[in-house]
Design a protein around this ligand. Structure first.
Ligand SMILES: [Zn+2]
Length: 311
């Protein structure tokens, strides 16, 4: 049995694609970050090519979507339709002559946090990644629970906003970075008072979730209210997850956790109000610690583990 030394970890999200050369201890030797879109597969192959300066033993890919692991294709990717039903996994395997392991990106992030991040000490936890969408992963008895875990698509408003997945009122439509931005832009377009109105002079499409957090810190009431609203919905979602899984922790990652202090306060309050008290009092609600590297590190971990110990 050969011990692997270097692998490639990949994280393909709705906004960015990150590819890194990772050693067996989880050190990132070199990383490439690009925007995702129509040419995602091409960028992926070029990045792996660039990073294959040392001999790589396997490739792990975390991606935003529902994966058919038997057929090795992405069946559904609401935030990145460009990778749906493409045979690129097999192509990469053949081109680089190494095994390729594929996993949902939020599952990979959960594994990353278990390996090197906020979940190191927990045997059972739920991970939520607040990015373009909301992904979920469940670590159960120290390993990834092999279920779909589309936790961003649990319903938090019965007749709420329509979601690309086909449902209405999904958590992702209220507490993702994209949902936060849409809410703020819509409020500004309706004439809501905010210092952002002056700052963007009508070009509201330029607003990012990071900007909203910055304006919230400056005391802008629309920015603060929109983050509190996202936090409240996050808490509704967390209450449901706590009632189902009774986890030791709910770990929250993704681009939106820059605003963790505002989000967490509301989320904890709402989750405590709704979940079984005996369960929520034992659950820690924590920010992830690996930042944007959680997904690619989890994918690298899967690549390192491939064929060494049975998953
Ligand atoms: Zn949905």
């Amino acid at each position: 049995m050969l011990k692997k030394q270097f692998v490639i970890g990949v994280d393909i999200g709705g906004t960015n694609i990150r590819v890194a050369l990772v050693d067996e201890k989880g050190n990132i030797i070199r990383k490439i970050k690009e925007s995702s879109g129509e040419d995602t597969v091409e960028k992926l192959i070029n990045s792996i090519d660039t990073l294959s300066e040392v001999k790589i033993d396997a490739i792990g890919i975390g991606l935003a979507g529902v994966i058919d692991k038997e057929e090795r294709v992405v069946k559904k990717s609401p935030n990145l339709p460009a990778i749906e039903n493409k045979r690129f996994i097999k192509d990469i395997e053949e081109r680089f002559s190494v095994p390729v392991v594929v996993e949902n990106d939020a599952n990979a992030a959960a594994l990353g946090e278990k390996w090197l991040g906020a979940g190191r000490e927990s045997e059972n936890f739920v991970m939520l990644t607040l990015g373009t969408g909301i992904g979920g992963g469940v670590i159960y008895r120290g390993d990834l629970l092999n279920v779909a875990a589309e936790l961003g698509h649990i319903t938090v408003e019965a007749e709420g906003l329509s979601c690309p997945c086909g449902n209405n009122g999904c958590l992702e439509s209220y507490a993702s970075a994209r949902a936060l931005v849409s809410y703020v832009v819509e409020a500004l377009e309706k004439g809501k008072e905010s210092i952002m109105r002056e700052a963007y002079q009508g070009n509201f499409y330029r607003i990012t979730s990071e900007d909203i957090y910055r304006y919230a810190l400056e005391g802008d009431s629309l920015a603060r209210d929109s983050l509190r609203r996202a936090g409240k919905y996050l808490g509704i979602g967390i209450a449901t997850l706590v009632n189902i899984f009774s986890p030791e922790a709910v770990i929250v990652g993704g681009g939106l956790i820059g605003a963790w202090d505002i989000l967490a306060k509301e989320a904890k309050k709402e989750a405590e109000r709704r979940a079984f008290p005996q369960l929520i009092e034992k659950t820690h609600i924590l920010p992830a610690t690996l930042g944007e590297d959680a997904g690619l590190l989890g994918a690298a971990y899967l690549a390192l583990k491939f064929n060494e110990t049975e998953i």
